[in-house]
Ligand binder design. Sequence first.
Ligand code: NAG
Ligand code: NAG
Ligand code: NAG
Ligand code: NAG
Ligand code: NAG
Length: 762
Amino acid sequence: METASEKRQVVFLTILLLLWKSDAETIRYSMPEETESGYLVANLAKDLGLRVGELATRGARIHHKGNKDLLQLDAETGNLILKEKPDREVLCRATEPCVLHFQIILENPVQFFQTELQLTDINDHAPEFPDRKMLLKISESAQPGTMFPLKAAQDPDIGSNAVQNYTVSPNLHFHVITHSRTDGRKYPELVLDRALDREEQPELTLTLIALDGGAPSRSGTTTVHIEVVDINDNPPKFDQSLYEVQIPENSPLNALVATVSARDLDAGIHGTVIYSLFQGGELSQPFEIDEVAGEIRLKGTLDFEATPYYNIEIVATDPGGFSGKCSVAIQVVDVNDNAPKLTISSLNSSIPENAPEAVVAVFSVSDPDSGENGRIVCSIQNELPFLLKPTFENYYTLVTERPLDRESRADYNITITVSDLGIPRLTTQHTIIVQVSDINDNAPAFNQTSYTLLVRENNSPALHIGTISATDSDTGANAHISYLLLPLYDMQLALTSLVSINQENGQLFVLRALDYETLQTFEFSVGATDHGSPALSSQALVRVVVLDDNDNAPFVLYPLQNASVPCTELLPRAAEPGYLVTKVVAVDCDSGQNAWLSFQLLKATEPGLFNVWAHNGEVRTTRLLSERDVPKHKLLLVVKDNGEHQRSATVTLHVLLVDGFSQPYLPLPEVARDPVQDDEDVLTLYLVIALASVSSLFLFSVLLFIGMRLCKRAREASLGVCSVPEGHFPGHLVDVSGTGTLSQSYQYEVCLTGDSGTGLTM
Ligand SMILES: *[C@@H]1O[C@H](CO)[C@@H](O)[C@H](O)[C@H]1NC(C)=O
Ligand SMILES: *[C@@H]1O[C@H](CO)[C@@H](O)[C@H](O)[C@H]1NC(C)=O
Ligand SMILES: *[C@@H]1O[C@H](CO)[C@@H](O)[C@H](O)[C@H]1NC(C)=O
Ligand SMILES: *[C@@H]1O[C@H](CO)[C@@H](O)[C@H](O)[C@H]1NC(C)=O
Ligand SMILES: *[C@@H]1O[C@H](CO)[C@@H](O)[C@H](O)[C@H]1NC(C)=O
């Protein structure tokens, strides 16, 4: 309240001064705006020099001249009262000074007084920006010192109460300068102190403060949002300056090799990057790059063996022409994509057997891969008699391990397996067929060591009696066999007249009819010779056995049948029954059953008196003789062999009955002396004699020996030789084969003089 009364005094003084200065017609008042209603502006009566109450009597009133009814006149007291709170900003806006005109009208007499009320400004408004937020776009290329005008803040107050100063919140880049317009109003301008970098700080927010000059001063704020506008000031930059990648050589077309990426710090279009190969023209590079994505892809095939390493350069450019570069080192990784190769340089597919070591093939192996993928191992089947010998570098020879034998195996199928050690293993196979050529190393071999062929006597000439066979395990001419006869051991036989052989098939033929009685068996050798060079041959023994046929009839040796004087046996009348009259001796030149003789009495003068033993030909009496018996008897006997086609001979026997032994007719019990009989026969004879001597007749015979000598001499000529008339017998009767077979035991080989006391059976 103290300040209010002081104010009032100041206003009062001002009014007085105004009153003094102006002409008497205008009364001027002054007061600050925003004064509360009811305020006593002045006492008009006093100011006009009127008495109290005169105003009322003279009907004083205020004419507001279109102004608001701001003042009220109390006519009684003459006080001029403020009717409502005046607002200078409303009443006058920017007009300065703010003067309100009104008139005091007096009637009776009429009198006008011009009155002015001046409202003075107080700082009742704060500065205010039109927008709460200001947006400013500033290129990062703006140079320090560049100014950017900002919108001014409004303050309805005037004079020093209006905006006086602008400031900005502390920052690194800007300060604010306050400028005055011609009308005195102030506006701010931003000044760039330090260059902006969008890449560092793409936007800033500042607070702009406007201050008025009142006391105390008021302020208003706004936010200034600064967007830093990009310029293309950064080159693209790769994440890595060197990319190292590995790629297998068998990668497919369009395979991703690597992805490079470059960054451009600029924004928008300035930050877009286009990739390209720096040496794009080089055809040898099988790579291409996607210009947007930066993916390096394969456009051709890789071959480790040709190019194991690539170094390509990639350039990235932005639209402003800035560019960056990087290198990509591409290492091609070897893949086992090449199978080993086998090249035969020489091949000998025909190897002679028995050769100690023969070279079958010389070959080389190769594999363009590297490392384990290119390391090669060679092998052949285990069981074959061949060896692989490494010679030099990648050359191998295939040789025989030991001499080959064509007869055990004639050809070999050798599979050479070549494989590398890569993963997976690649393998090549090559098959070589080796023929083993024949050498004449095998002699013909007979299928039997000896052959025994049987042939029946009296065969037809040129009879096939058997086949010998030899084989040769060689082949071709080395196995072509010819058969031939080799000379006999027994040189006496003319072999070529006896047998012949078919040279080609080994069939044996007997050329002429054989006679068992002449030749029972013979042996010879046959040879088999191959046609190799030199030829090999072998021999086998062939034994031909002649089989007997019953082709000889029994032959009676005693009694002689063809004698001119028939031999007569003497029989004493006193002979006991069973008395041996004589013994018929017969032979058969055949053997075996064919020579087994049996005797049979066919006919007799007095049947029943004599009996013939079937097996030994002994003729014996069967009863005592009597006087009635006729002295002369004739017996007819038959001798049969036991052969298939039985043959026989008849014997006629004469018997004379005598009354004692004094007759000079008694035959001598002497052994016939045969000049050709050998020692064996003599032995037999002695045996016979020994046997005979046991008999009771022996003594009797000795006594008679000398007595009968004359008789014997008389017949010596006809009994001396006991040989076979035909040439079938080889001069004697003994079997010379000496084999001891059954047939022998049936041979009758003695020739006895026909004494009744002697006989022989074996
Ligand atoms: C504006 O205000 C600032 C800070 O308060 C002051 O340093 C500066 O002198 C003032 N300018 C004017 C013209 O009054
Ligand atoms: C094969 O080898 C044999 C013996 O080693 C030789 O005689 C022959 O001439 C060779 N043949 C060829 C075609 O080399
Ligand atoms: C060799 O062996 C191969 C494969 O095993 C086969 O096809 C071929 O017939 C054989 N050849 C001979 C002559 O054995
Ligand atoms: C030997 O060969 C001949 C003629 O081919 C044949 O008859 C005979 O049975 C063979 N012998 C053997 C033991 O095979
Ligand atoms: C009786 O036969 C033998 C032997 O054949 C003979 O030597 C002899 O001369 C023959 N005698 C007569 C008389 O025919």
